[in-house]
Write a protein that binds this ligand. Structure first.
Ligand SMILES: [Zn+2]
Length: 297
């Protein structure tokens, strides 16, 4: 292509003219999006930035999850508006996946819409102590399990033990064999921030419990890699293997006196180098396992 034809071709072809690869020219992702989960009649994902939530529309009302409004309260009103575009049914429930603010801050528009807010009991205890001005306290709590039935839809809430947090609920739609689980099963990427206040040994057990449940499709709390994909049991197995590998690697070094400095400066996990988030996540993984094997916590 001549220089002149590049000029008149306009912006669409500018990348080709400049010799820039197509990959570097992906259009920016819209700030939010609502999509129906393929193969379902009434299950949706609302994504805002790099967070996402599931909502389910039934003939007797809507069950929504995680308001994902940390630092962006206006986005929660958008979330409610997006539900309103799909249905006129009232929003009956808002379920918190766990107590971390990046997933559950900003729930006021749901409360104002009449939703009953449900969380694990430990989430409510933590939130009550912190009294965050942007986070609405749950109206109801559950401990080991609870089943919500609304308009012919069944949603099972299960606490599968300590993992990324001490208040994580797994939400399962038995009819669709869909699971919504947040932060403790990253899809296609390396756990990073997910490690810092986690319970690594119990986390492995909770993954085994999740794999024993009956489901096919996982909706994660952050879009899966690559391309925002959903997860499968294979993704759960990969996270479990990763945690086991990282734990074993640090354990050996820690018991030889390598924590913190030597491990944090020198230990690598080359098997996982190609995982998105490796560079950023590795220090947090190593620090968390040094706490466990080099300190006892
Ligand atoms: Zn979290």
């Amino acid at each position: 292509m001549s220089r002149m034809s590049c000029v008149i071709a306009g912006a669409a072809l500018a990348a080709a003219c400049l010799g820039v690869t197509a990959d570097a020219q992906q259009p920016p992702r819209p700030p939010y999006a609502t999509t129906k989960v393929e193969g379902t009649e009434n299950v949706y994902i609302f994504r805002a930035g790099n967070h996402q939530s599931m909502f389910v529309v039934t003939s007797a009302g809507v069950i929504a999850t995680d308001p994902i409004g940390y630092g962006r309260p206006e986005m929660v009103s958008t979330y409610v508006d997006e539900i309103r575009k799909v249905t006129n049914q009232p929003i009956k429930y808002l379920i918190y996946s766990h107590h971390h603010f990046d997933h559950i801050a900003g729930g006021k528009p749901f409360k104002d819409a009449g939703a009953t807010i449900v969380s694990h009991k430990r989430a409510k205890e933590r939130l009550a102590a912190l009294n965050d001005p942007h986070t609405v306290l749950p109206d109801q709590t559950m401990d080991k399990s609870r089943t919500i039935k609304l308009g012919g839809t069944t949603l099972e809430l299960t606490f599968v033990g300590l993992n990324h947090s001490d208040s994580s609920i797994v939400m399962r739609l038995p009819k669709d064999k869909i699971l919504f689980a947040v932060d403790f099963i990253p899809v296609g990427s390396m756990p990073g921030l997910a490690m810092i206040d986690s319970y690594p040994l119990e986390w492995e057990d909770s993954l085994k419990k999740v794999m024993a449940m009956e489901w096919d499709t996982l909706i994660p709390g952050h879009p899966g890699q690559p391309g925002g994909r959903l997860g499968t049991k294979d993704d759960v197995q990969k996270v479990l293997t990763f945690l086991q590998d990282a734990s074993a690697a640090v354990k050996a070094e820690a018991q030889a006196g390598g924590c913190w400095d030597r491990v944090e400066k020198e230990l690598k996990l080359p098997k996982y180098e190609s995982w998105p988030g490796y560079e950023r996540g590795l220090p947090m993984v190593l620090r968390r396992y040094c706490m466990l094997w080099g300190r006892g916590t």
